[in-house]
Structures are given as C-alpha cells and as structure tokens.
Write a protein that binds this ligand. Structure first.
Ligand code: ADP
Length: 334
C-alpha cells in the first residue's frame, strides 16, 4: 500500500475507533461465533461469575479486537489491553495481572507471540488466579505466590496453531472467525458510510464489498479511498463506476487481491513454476517476512482458491495462473 503521512494514518486510526461496533447487535456477520459467545456471556451474567477465558482466532481485521471490547461492554466490566510482544518479561505480565480488579476483562492481542516465561505465568493465572513471583537469582531465588483477582482473559491470535497445547487448553471457548460474506460486508459498509457521511450507492457498496478480501477492516479502508476519489474527481457519490475507477488506482484487483497478494502468486508461478515451494522461500522472493505471508496473505489466497498448502509446500492452483493471465501447465490444469 502507498505510504501514508502520519496525519492521515492517525485519522484512519481515529476512523477505526469510530467505526467499531459497540455491542453484539452492531457486530455484523459471524453468526455462529456471535451465538456461541452470547450464550457464554449470558450464562456468566446469570451465574454472577466471570465467564471462561475466550480465545479469538482468525486473520487480521476480522473483528477480534472489536469482539474483545464488546465482551467487556456486554459484561459491564473494564477492559485492559496488552499484546504478546509487549509482554517480553514475566514481570511485565505480573504487574498487569496484579493490577486487575475482580471481573476485569484482560485482552492480549497476538497472544501467540508472548515470551515463554510470561506464557508459563499465564497458565497459573488463568487456572488458579495466582502468580508466582520469583524474587532473587540463582540458588537463593524464592518464589512468592500472589493472589490475583478473578478475571476473564480474551486472547486473540492469527495463528492458533502456534499456541502451545497447555495455553490452548486453558481457554474455555475458542471462536474461529471466518472471512465475511459479501452481504455482511455491504451491511458494514452501509453502517460506516452513514457514520462517515458518505453517499454510498448500493452498486458502489457491492463493488467495494466484492474487493475487500472478506475483511471488514479492508472494506472500511477501501471505502475511505473511494470516498477520496469521489470527492476529488466526481460529485461525492460512490457508484459502481466510481468505486472501480478508484480501486484501480489503489492496485486492488477485481478479486480484491492487493499488490502483496499478487506478488506472492506471481513469484510462486514465475519463479517456482507454480510450486511446491516452502513459505520461507516464497517470503524471501517477495521481500516480506514469512509470518506476514503466512498470516496475512495466504489465508485469503487459500479461501479464494488461488493457493493450496500441501505437505511439500505452497502450490498455485489453475485459478491462480489464469488470474495472472497465464496458461497453467497441463499437470495443474488437470
Ligand atoms: P482484528 O482485531 O481481528 O484485527 P478489529 O476488531 O480491529 O480486527 O476490526 C477492524 C475494524 O473492522 C474495526 O474497527 C471495525 O470497524 C471493523 N469490523 C470488524 N468486524 C466487524 C463487524 N463484525 N461488524 C462491523 N464492523 C467490523
């Protein structure tokens, strides 16, 4: 994506806050997750006890942070927010945990990136609402048990497979977030455009929804780009033609693939004959981190039927070849 000036980037973060659904009713789509979560929350409220710990798993931008905030709102509790990479030392986590008030919801984003000592401390905290704080070093070190207030942990991860078994087992409920259907994205776009005051026509909404990679955050981002174009080059109305023209400028293709998605497919097809190739090699070829390719690009490419993950590596499907305007070799065309 083109680099944004800090002022514009800040404006977009602000928009993201404005556009966040504030309760389960405003949270569009994910019917299954919503129903499951509703039961968990209502039962807990009914019993007057904090609900089980919740793990939210799925690609970026599908609403994990929003859901964590909604969980706290629905329970009428405060939300504390941190992230796996921020909890580098167990002491960071101990400080966070010992400041919790009974019933608080603690949100740990990217929980799979937490350092091992912090993770081990978290097991005990989740299970017994206790942490062992180690004081001193070497043979003289002692561990002091510390009670913490009963809380609900909400963890979010783009890679539930990267979580250790013991951590995963301590979540009472795991929500698997799916990519959104176009109709859901259209509904999200309608809501966002009324908040932002954009004149979004139904065919414009359909066009943007179809190119949003099944992802609400991307839908909202594209809406802002299309709004810019509509304001500057037209009369502000977002129609299908305006949406198409704008998204062309921003390198979003008809399937919603962006530059990085296409770079991955192009490398796979042109440099590696369509695969199989390992994700690390593929990432080097496009100059990205393997984690980004794996967690951001691949889930949608798989879902769009462009890429297959096989035990021997990544493989381009026939659809990928044709999407790039190439003829698949006979063994791929089948
Ligand atoms: P994640 O934490 O999974 O990366 P976020 O919760 O930050 O995703 O969602 C990104 C943005 O997408 C939010 O600010 C919100 O505007 C929008 N969004 C996500 N999920 C939904 C939803 N189900 N309904 C409406 N808007 C949503």
């Amino acid at each position: 994506a083109p680099e944004l000036s800090p002022a514009i980037a800040a404006g977009e973060r602000e928009d993201e806050t404005t556009l966040r659904p504030r309760n389960l009713t405003e949270f569009v789509g994910q019917g299954r997750v919503r129903e499951q979560l509703e039961l968990v929350l209502q039962a807990a409220t009914h019993r007057g006890a904090p609900p089980d710990h919740v793990l939210l798993s799925g690609p970026p931008g599908l609403g994990k942070t929003s859901l964590a905030m909604i969980i706290a709102t629905e329970l009428g509790r405060s939300l504390r927010i941190t992230s796996g990479p921020a909890l580098e030392r167990a002491g960071d986590l101990a400080a966070m945990l010992s400041n919790l008030v009974e019933g608080d919801v603690l949100f740990i984003d990217e929980i799979h990136r937490m350092a091992r000592p912090a993770e081990e401390m978290l097991y005990l905290a989740m299970e017994d609402f206790r942490v062992d704080v180690v004081v001193g070093k070497g043979p003289g070190a002692t561990s002091i048990p510390l009670e913490i207030a009963p809380f609900t942990l909400v963890g979010a991860t783009t890679r539930s497979g990267a979580l250790t078994g013991p951590l995963r087992d301590r979540f009472g409920f795991t929500a698997h977030m799916e990519f959104y259907e176009p109709a859901d994205l259209e509904q999200i776009l309608r809501r966002s455009s009324s908040i932002l005051g954009v004149d979004l026509h139904p065919d414009g909404a359909a066009e943007i929804a179809g190119r949003s990679r099944g992802t609400p955050r991307i839908a909202n981002r594209l809406l802002r780009r299309v709004r810019d174009y509509a304001d500057v080059r037209a009369d502000g109305a977002v129609t299908r033609d305006i949406a198409r023209a704008a998204l062309e400028i921003y390198d979003v293709d008809a399937l919603g693939l962006d530059r990085l998605d296409r770079a991955v497919l192009t490398a796979l097809v042109r440099s590696f004959g369509g695969g199989p190739v390992g994700v690390a090699t593929l990432a080097v070829a496009v100059g990205e981190e393997a984690a980004t390719v794996e967690e951001v690009c691949e889930p949608y490419l798989v879902r769009a039927g462009m890429l297959a993950r096989t035990p021997r590596g990544r493989v381009a499907t026939a659809a990928a070849w044709s999407h790039l305007g190439l003829t698949p070799p006979p063994e791929v065309a089948g």
